[in-house]
Design a protein. Structure first.
Length: 414
């Protein structure tokens, strides 16, 4: 079954979801290429935002639905549902738990912080929630209308997903649905949910109905302003039948076959962009280390450093590779590539050009490279894309991780 998304789910261009922020080390060092990053992520894997498991979407729509029966805003309700689900799973798995909130949960040594008041407070969970990475997907997949979570309205499909979650058995012998328990928990903010109920709300327990709804959405046409609206289902088809791991890029492109050459070309260009951005970030990382070691080092001293020379060479090579790819070229990247190839004849010229694009970690001022306002984060740059499980759902992650993210979400629907 293919789902036709409501027209109101279509958004203009590449929207940013207003008040929502998606912090990451990579975002700190965008080099003026934030819009290009979003463009290539959507070009390759449209519509899923930072979602990589079914319950990310379910908890979010459940929060919007239940907020309508309370005095609380949807963000507070959705965050609390997510925190409760994660804490229930943490209590069940303990040292094997790999989700968010483990440090906060471990501080509850007496096991008393289980009320809505507690778990809707980031002190008892985390500041960066799974919900934050789901906002774009709610609109792009047609589950809700709007771009800001607190003002979103659920579509018919969104209500269906919420109901699939609410009307499952709460795990008790009376076989009640979980809706009354959650509703009462929210509206009696000091109520503590009995430990033997609501175990079914955790990340690893989506119902068949939830999985079917999300799978149908993934296989539907994307709602963006690009002509090829079948990019996502075509990628899913190319995953094959192996649920253990996604195919490598070469295998994926082979399965997409020559009939979809444009999609393969776009994957090549997106990966080339990733390598260019990463190489440029490493120039900042290396230069920052040199400045930290010797605050008086000159631009000449930095640019002549052997390690930095290697990174600058990687930038030039990546720019040339991007330039010859055949996929869609974002104008901001083309401008940067042109600057590298045509205007930066020396190592010093290229170093200054990259630093000027930064302004966060390093700044160029009065013919000197100096520390920027976020200089302390330069140590995070080389670890910003480690491939850890939690990194899968980062919206600024690489093209390959974005494909892995879709694979993870698709696998969770099985």
């Amino acid at each position: 079954m293919k789902i036709k998304l409501p027209e109101a789910a279509v958004t203009e261009g590449w929207f940013i979801s207003g008040i929502e922020k998606f912090p990451s080390q990579r975002a700190l060092l965008s080099l003026g290429l934030n819009s290009a990053t979003r463009y290539y992520r959507e070009l390759i894997v449209p519509g899923i935002g930072g979602v990589w498991f079914v319950r990310q979407l379910t908890w979010a729509v459940a929060g919007i639905e239940l907020a309508g029966n309370s005095t609380y805003r949807p963000i507070k309700v959705a965050n609390a549902i997510e925190a409760l689900a994660c804490k229930l799973q943490w209590e069940r798995e303990q040292e094997n738990y790999s989700g968010r909130g483990s440090r906060a949960f471990a501080r509850d040594r007496e096991g008393v912080f289980w009320s809505f008041n507690n778990l809707s407070d980031q002190i008892y969970y985390v500041q960066v929630t799974y919900r934050q990475s789901a906002v774009r997907a709610l609109s792009s997949l047609g589950l809700a209308y709007g771009t800001r979570f607190n003002s979103m309205q659920l579509s018919t499909i969104g209500h269906d997903l919420a109901n699939a979650f609410f009307y499952q058995n709460d795990g008790s012998s009376s076989k009640r649905s979980i809706y009354p328990a959650l509703n009462n928990w929210i509206n009696d903010s000091t109520r503590v949910i009995p430990k033997n109920t609501l175990q079914v709300i955790t990340r690893d327990d989506p119902t068949f109905a939830e999985k079917r709804i999300v799978m149908d959405l993934l296989l539907s046409e994307s709602v963006d302003n690009l002509s090829d609206v079948h990019r996502r289902p075509r990628l899913i088809s190319a995953f094959g039948k192996n649920l253990e791991r996604p195919p490598d890029i070469a295998t994926l492109k082979k399965r997409l076959n020559t009939k979809n050459k444009e999609q393969c070309d776009n994957i090549d260009t997106a990966i080339a962009f990733d390598k260019l951005l990463s190489a440029s970030q490493m120039v900042i990382h290396c230069a920052s280390g040199l400045i930290e070691s010797d605050p008086r080092i000159t631009i000449s001293g930095i640019s002549e450093n052997d390690n930095l020379q290697i990174f600058l060479s990687n930038v030039r090579e990546s720019a040339v590779i991007f330039d010859v790819t055949k996929g869609k070229k974002h104008p901001n990247v083309s401008e940067y590539v042109s600057e590298i190839i045509q205007e930066c004849s020396s190592s010093m010229d290229l170093l200054i050009a990259i630093v000027k694009r930064d302004g966060n970690i390093l700044r160029y001022s009065n013919e000197r490279i100096i520390k920027g306002p976020l200089f302390g984060h330069h140590k995070d740059i080389s670890d910003a894309d480690t491939g850890q499980q939690e990194q899968v759902g980062t919206e600024e992650s690489s093209t390959e991780h974005k494909i892995k993210q879709l694979f993870s979400l698709w696998r969770d629907c099985q």
